[in-house]
Design a protein around this ligand. Sequence first.
Ligand SMILES: Nc1nc2c(ncn2[C@@H]2O[C@H](COP(=O)(O)OP(=O)(O)OP(=O)(O)O)[C@@H](O)[C@H]2O)c(=O)[nH]1
Ligand SMILES: [Mg+2]
Length: 293
Amino acid sequence: MESAESNLIQWYPGHIAKARRQLTEQIKNVDLVLEVLDARIPHSSRHAEIQNLVGARQRLVILNRADMIPQPILQRWLKWFASQGETAFATNAQDGEGVRAVLNAAQKGAGGVNARRAERGMKPRAVRAAVVGFPNVGKSALINRLVGKRAVESAAKPGVTRALRWVRIANVIDLLDSPGILPPRLEDQQAAARLAICDDIGQAAYTTSRVATCAVELLTPLAAEKLQARYGLDPLAMSAEAWLAGVAETRYHTNLDRAAEAVLNDFRRGVLGRIALEVPPAAPAADRTDALQ
Ligand SMILES: Nc1nc2c(ncn2[C@@H]2O[C@H](COP(=O)(O)OP(=O)(O)OP(=O)(O)O)[C@@H](O)[C@H]2O)c(=O)[nH]1
Ligand SMILES: [Mg+2]
C-alpha cells in the first residue's frame, strides 16, 4: 500500500503509557485474560505488545464485532485460532450475541482456580479476568454484556476508558476493564492503516485523507458497487486518490477531509455491508476476493 508508507501513525498518548504500566502490574494478579480482537482485522488488532503483557497466562481470544464480517470468514477465523491451539469466541458485544459462551468459559476457568485453592486448603475466591486489547475494539461493551448492566463507559470512539477499573460479576468473577493499549511504535504500517480504518487508534494519530485513501484501496475489490452507488463514482475506473478527490469535488465542495470522513464513517458504521479486511493466513489467495465480501 503505497500511501501507507512511513509515519502514517505516530502517536502515543500519556494515558495509554500510564495504563500500560498499571496493567503490567495488575496482570500479575490475574487468573485469566480476555484478549479482545476486532473481527474485521484479527491479525492487525493482535499485537506483540499485548502478547508480552499477557505472557503465559490462560487466555480466551474474543473476536468481537463478529456482526461486521461475513459469517463464512468468521468461521474460518475460529477454525484458524483452534488450529493454533487457542480458544476463540465470536461475539457481538453491542447486542450480546455470543457473550454467554465467553461467560461460561470464564466461569470454567474460575472453577479451575478454586479447585486448586481447595486442594491447598484455601477458601474459594472470585476469579480475576483482565479484558485487554486495542482501543475501541469493544472491551467495555463486552464487560457490560458480561455483567448484564451498564457498569463501565462504552462509546463509539477510541480512548473512552482512561483508567483500570474492576467490575464484579455475582461474586464469582472480577473483571478488569482497561484502556486500549497501543504499542509505542506501530512498525507495520499496513497494520497501522487497517487499525486506523477500523477506528482502533485515536484520530489524532493520523491524517484522515491518507487513511481514507488506504481504505478505498482495500475496499475497492470488496465493495466497489456499494461505493459507486453511494458516491456516484466508480472506484474501479481510477486510483483511490483520484476517486476520493472526485468524491470531494462532486459532493463536498472539494473538501477532501470531509469526503475522507464520509467514506471512513460508512465503513465503520457497516453501511458498506459486512466486510472483512483480513482473512486467516492459510487462506488460498485464489478465493480471497470473492470470499471477502
Ligand atoms: N457493531 C458492533 N459494535 C460494537 C461491538 N462491540 C462494541 N461495539 C461498539 O463499539 C464502540 C466501542 O466500544 P467500547 O466498549 O467503548 O470499546 P473499548 O474497547 O472499551 O474502547 P476504549 O475504552 O476506547 O479502549 C461502542 O459504540 C460499542 O457500542 C460489536 O460487537 N459490534
Ligand atoms: Mg473501554
